[in-house]
Design a protein around this ligand. Structure first.
Ligand SMILES: Nc1ncnc2c1ncn2[C@@H]1O[C@H](COP(=O)(O)OP(=O)(O)O)[C@@H](O)[C@H]1O
Ligand SMILES: NC(=O)OP(=O)(O)O
Length: 310
């Protein structure tokens, strides 16, 4: 039976601007097509913070010349980012598969993810989105009721709430496609955060951390492997000391010990490790791999990367 894998593409595998993304998806598509050739069933997901910030800025610019325009909600910008990234990615993967004589539908599912309206994250925005702003632009954002954070020496960035994903609304559609051996892109940018109100789903002003959504997605499609592709070949510990150590193969228990020892960046590596631990713990025989695009295929063969198992 084919192994099912959820692959989460981070910033490096996607690029941050339009031309960068166009180029990056081609490089990523070649690796994703290698995985199809290796016999894996793929569910792909991705980051979106630079793209969603860019879309939000563009929508606001439009508003300046259209007085009856109301600011585009973050959930709408999130949906646009899924469409825009998914469009580039699905075409790049489709073309790469065709080049190899593989005829497989690649589609993007516009995915909504339910969040809890009482999630404490709504009171403590931490998720950085978009480009750097100068002090004047930052002040204008604050006057609109938005939150900004200063990064000394670099400028200001917008920050939004990052509530935890509770459930994936379109999970049955995603499962149907992957069960039929099609390539699916889903839960992009952590999914569009929505609040359940009776029969209605209302967009929430937030961005879900894509690593947590990736873990939920991997659970939802009952994947064998959750692969998170980020900047570095391996996760390390004691990284700010003279003796950093790469983690090759660790168990969930060891991962938990490193979490307790604050070994991981709170808004960068920690969500990747926590999502991996939750995914592995929720099933049997599962594993998670954290590495970069260049080493993805070798990591699947157990030759490199940080591999986490039960
Ligand atoms: N212990 C760690 N090992 C490896 N990387 C870490 C660690 N702690 C923090 N990081 C940071 O996590 C970054 C990757 O996370 P992030 O910037 O969120 O990227 P992505 O877009 O891939 O999700 C790395 O570039 C590194 O700076
Ligand atoms: N949604 C999300 O987590 O995006 P980034 O990985 O770009 O921060």
């Amino acid at each position: 039976m084919k192994k099912r894998i959820v692959i989460a593409l981070g910033h490096r595998a996607l690029g941050t601007t339009l031309p960068e993304q166009k180029k990056a998806v081609k490089t990523s598509a070649a690796v994703l097509a290698d995985m199809v050739e290796e016999g894996y069933q793929l569910v792909i997901t991705h980051s979106n913070a630079p793209q969603v910030g860019m879309i939000h800025t563009a929508m606001n610019e439009f508003g300046k010349t259209h007085p009856d325009y109301t600011v585009a909600p973050m959930s709408v910008c999130s949906a646009m980012s899924q469409g825009y990234i998914g469009y580039d990615l699905q075409n790049a993967v489709r073309a790469e598969l065709l080049k190899r004589g593989i005829f497989k539908t690649v589609s993007t599912i516009l995915t909504q993810v339910i969040v809890d309206p009482y999630d404490d994250a709504f009171h403590h925005p931490v998720k950085v989105i978009g480009r750097y702003m100068d002090a004047k632009e930052a002040e204008a954002e604050e006057q609109k009721g938005n939150y900004v954070k200063e990064e000394p020496g670099k400028g200001y960035r917008r920050i939004v709430a990052a509530p935890m994903p509770k459930s994936i609304v379109e999970i049955d559609a995603i499962k149907t496609l992957v069960q039929n051996d099609q390539v699916v892109i889903a839960c992009g940018g952590g999914g569009i955060p929505v609040l359940q109100q009776g029969n209605e789903l209302k967009g929430a002003s937030a961005i879900i951390e894509k690593d947590y959504a990736s873990g939920k997605l991997a659970e939802g499609v009952d994947a064998d492997i959750l692969m998170i592709l980020t900047n570095d070949k391996m996760v390390d510990i004691d990284r700010d000391t003279e003796h950093p150590r790469f983690l090759e193969h660790i168990t969930v228990e060891e991962a938990k010990e490193h979490i307790a020892a604050d070994q991981f960046g709170v808004n960068s590596m920690l969500p990747k490790i926590c999502a991996s631990v939750d995914f592995i713990t929720a099933g049997k025989g599962r594993s998670a791999i954290i590495t970069n695009l260049e080493n993805a295929i070798d990591a699947l063969k157990g030759k490199t990367g940080t591999i986490i198992t039960e």
